[in-house]
Write a protein that binds this ligand. Structure first.
Ligand code: MGD
Ligand code: MGD
Ligand code: SF4
Ligand code: MO
Length: 735
């Protein structure tokens, strides 16, 4: 092993901020990571997670070879054995029981890998199963549904123009811990401070006094689950006080008067009690929003994974529209990434449909082609035609991330067959018959297909693998490609066939499209032009060529610190794909959900409710195995307000029993006035105490799985998103 030291660049895959890192290498070992000061977007920013890249990368518990179950036991196997096994087991199930017998489960890290962006759509296409479950229904599906209905495109998600706005209203997001979400902005904390420094105003709506709230001019600690009411009252006030001003937007929006009418009952006075706020505060917030020279309303997890998540997400953009801030600098703008298809001319589109089919057991409507992950267990357990008999899970740990892990755990244990693409043997993958481990991130190339589309600045950066693939490793793109071949009856074909197919079909489409830069070209000749040493590189090259910036892969390779493509620019009406070709401000499915919100006006709850929280040094369920990120005091504590602690007889550092519909847990209490009264907080992603997992460090301090409190029945009905925030719980001291 050569011990010469060198450096290499790698975009950080550990959160949505996508910081450029400079890795220090000793031979092929990553010995350090710091922010790349020349990165065109992150300019040297790094957080403790990124700085621990080397330890994350070198975790000794990462699997090095595939595992295949034989005689009930998972044993190390060769790649050939693993894919042979998959091909032999999946095809007969599909042939006997049909495509829906295979469920696909996609977890969060898919948005942090090139493989996760490029191959799952092909896998879904190859299997033609309707049983698709992803982390979106534990997260941002309400935003997709709202954008689908408002703009005709579920991926047309406006992001706050952080660097130019003068007024930012944040609901249910805590970027000082999360580093931002659906708003890719390296150094989000620094950008918020810069907003304040240039005289702008920051308002944070959160039942906890988070580090983000502590930075704000105003912190509004509303009762959890009431954001939709809060936002409806702001919109009502804008109408009521004559403060709406759509400006240039007016030409592109329909339904303003309908929204006014639909929100008539939601006066500040009517919602105040449910939100547990003063009506005067609500009016003030609305007036400030209207008066600001530019403003953006931005909501995330705390306003998404709640009972009225889709309505809340819709109202966020209704406010951006009513104040004329949608699609204008300083407001909320639509990014345009380098790999987005070149914009088609403005005009009516196909619109967005919900509920085109329904889930078998509970009849949940599909949203964006997905069923609620909260309904995965019942689709496996319930006998009958269309039952899920095999699961392919990729970068997903739903046993911890989704409601009622115990039930899902049992359901996965009863499958005929399961494949997991995952670097760890954990709570979920321990049920797999075949585990296919991707290499550590230093050995993978990276391009942010997903997050560039949600970034506050248009830019493109590509980092090839920092170190070569270790012997016996397989690139994750190749794993995905071989998996597709194995399940689709093409087992044994070259994985490049999958990329060739993707290239050919994209080119066939492009040459026929008048607005495509390759319109009228010869597809075969275009395919030959593609550069790239690997299938995924060729596909990236093609996407760049089909994209809006006249870029090719070579441009990115020549600019290792990235290419800045400038600040976000207005994109209306081109971005719209609604049937009307306009922003449809009151889509029918949302109007039809308003009576449910109206009913919530009356149902003031006085019991305790639970909300989650994130920690800067963690990432959902899978970073608890890295010592440098897990040291220090216990983080999996139940935060309780002092008044509640007194009332319930709970003491700091002592155990409490918390229960809800899905079960009960015993957990250490942390008394703190950072949570408002009536609210307790417990983080997710913990509960690493199941046998058969291989997470040595995490198992030493397993914590408890907050999602065991849920039974999967509480959903935002329009999006099928689980209610993970603001659900009722009981807490009692443990004697
Ligand atoms: N109560 C509660 N529950 C929540 C949330 C909450 O706030 N509260 N948050 C929800 C949200 S927003 C999300 S996104 C989900 C996340 O939940 P999941 O979708 O389950 O995602 P993770 O826990 O991040 O990681 C899933 C798996 O990815 C694997 N992995 C890591 N890196 C890679 C890689 O490079 N390739 C592959 N193939 N696998 C990899 C990990 O080993 C892990 O097994 O949890 C949701 N659950
Ligand atoms: N360090 C770290 N970073 C992460 C992750 C991680 O696990 N750790 N996960 C990544 C993922 S997958 C995602 S999706 C993003 C999420 O990014 P964010 O949405 O910024 O993350 P959260 O910290 O969950 O912030 C949600 C906030 O909503 C508040 N809240 C709860 N209920 C309500 C409510 O009803 N109304 C309002 N207004 N607020 C409420 C909570 O108190 C919390 O502060 O973070 C990403 N980044
Ligand atoms: S903020 Fe996110 S992307 Fe940046 S270094 Fe930290 S974990 Fe990595
Ligand atoms: Mo997420």
């Amino acid at each position: 092993m050569p011990d010469a030291t060198s450096t290499a660049l790698r975009i950080c895959p550990l959160c949505e901020a996508t910081c450029g890192l400079t890795l220090t290498l000793a031979g092929t070992r990553v010995t350090g990571a710091r922010g790349d000061r020349q990165d065109v977007f992150s300019a040297g920013f790094v957080c403790p997670k990124g700085a621990s890249f080397g330890e994350v990368d070198a975790d000794p518990d990462r699997l090095r070879t595939p595992l295949v179950r034989t005689d009930g036991e998972l044993r190390e196997a060769t790649w050939t054995e693993a894919f042979d096994h998959i091909a032999a087991r999946i095809r007969p199930l599909v042939e006997e029981y049909g495509p829906n017998a295979v469920g696909i489960v996609l977890g969060n890290p898919n948005v942090h890998t090139m493989a996760g962006a490029l191959y799952p759509p092909l896998l879904i296409g190859a299997l033609r199963t309707r049983n698709l479950f992803t982390a979106s229904t534990l997260d941002q599906m309400p935003k997709h549904v709202s954008s689908g209905l408002l703009f005709g495109d579920p991926f047309a998600i406006p992001v706050p123009d952080l660097d130019r706005t003068t007024h930012l209203l944040i609901l249910g997001a805590n970027p000082l811990e999360s580093n931002g979400s659906l708003c890719t902005a390296p150094d989000f904390p620094g950008r918020l401070k810069a907003l304040r420094r240039r005289g702008g105003t920051l308002t944070v709506v959160d039942p906890r006094r988070t580090r983000t709230a502590a930075l704000a001019d105003r912190h509004i600690a509303l009762r959890p689950g009431t954001d939709a009411l809060f936002l409806a009252a702001l919109a009502h006030t804008l109408f009521d006080e004559g403060l709406t001003d759509l400006g240039a937007l007016a030409a592109h929006v329909e339904g303003v008067a309908d929204v006014r009418e639909a929100l008539r009952d939601f006066t500040p006075e009517a919602v105040a009690d449910a939100c547990d706020l003063d009506a005067a505060t609500l009016r003030e917030v609305a007036r400030e929003l209207a008066a600001a020279p530019s403003a953006a309303v931005y909501g995330r997890m705390g306003s998404s994974t709640v009972e009225h998540g889709t309505l809340a997400n819709w109202l966020v953009d209704v406010l951006n529209v009513l104040t004329g801030n949608l699609d204008r600098p300083g407001g909320a703008l639509f990014p345009l990434s380098a790999t987005a298809p070149a914009p088609r001319p403005a005009g009516p589109g196909k619109g967005f449909a919900l509920g085109r089919w329904r889930s078998r057991v509970s009849g949940h409507p599909e949203a964006k082609g997905e069923f609620p992950t909260a309904a995965l267990a019942e689709e496996i357990e319930t006998p009958g035609e269309g039952r899920i008999r095999a699961v392919i899970s990729i970068a997903a740990n739903p046993v911890l991330s989704a409601p009622d892990g115990r039930r899902l755990d049992a359901a996965l244990g009863g499958l005929d067959f399961m494949v997991s693409v995952d670097p760890y043997l954990n709570e979920t993958t321990r049920h797999a018959d075949v585990v296919l481990p991707p290499p550590p991130p230093s050995q993978s190339a990276h391009f942010d297909f997903a997050f560039n589309g949600f970034a506050i600045r248009n830019q493109a950066r590509y980092t090839p693998a920092a170190v070569p693939l270790e012997d016996g490793r397989m690139d994750e793109c190749e794993i995905h490609a071989r998996l597709i071949l194995a399940v689709s009856g093409m087992h044994g074909a070259s994985p490049s066939a999958v990329d060739d197919l993707a290239v050919d079909s994209a080119l066939a489409k492009a040459v026929a499209q008048e607005h495509s830069p390759l319109h009228g070209g010869d597809p075969q000749e275009q395919a030959r032009l593609l550069a790239g040493r690997t299938g995924p590189e060729r596909r990236l090259d093609l996407m760049l060529r089909l994209g809006p910036y006249d870029l090719i892969l070579e441009d990115l390779l020549r600019a290792p610190h990235g290419i800045d493509l400038g600040p976000l620019r207005p994109r209306l009406p081109q971005v719209l794909k609604t049937r009307s070709g306009r922003v449809e401000l009151l889509p029918q499915p949302l109007a039809a959900d308003l009576p449910r919100l109206r009913a919530a006006l009356a149902s003031r709850r006085d019991g305790l409710v639970l909300v989650g929280r994130r920690h800067l040094r963690s990432n959902n369920s899978w970073l608890h195995n890295v010592p440098s990120l897990t040291g220090g005091s216990n983080r999996c504590t139940l935060q309780v307000h002092p008044a509640d602690a007194d009332r319930l007889g709970l003491a700091d550092g002592k155990p409490a029993r918390i229960s809800s519909v899905g079960g009960a847990l015993e957990v250490e209490v942390e008394v703190t006035d950072a949570v408002r009264a009536g609210v307790v907080s417990l983080p997710h992603g913990w509960g690493h105490d199941r046998p058969g997992a291989r997470l040595t460090v995490a198992a030493e301090r397993p914590g408890v799985n907050v999602n065991q409190l849920l039974d999967g029945s509480l959903l935002d009905p329009l999006s099928g998103t689980a209610v993970l925030n603001g659900f009722p719980v009981d807490v009692t001291p443990v004697p």
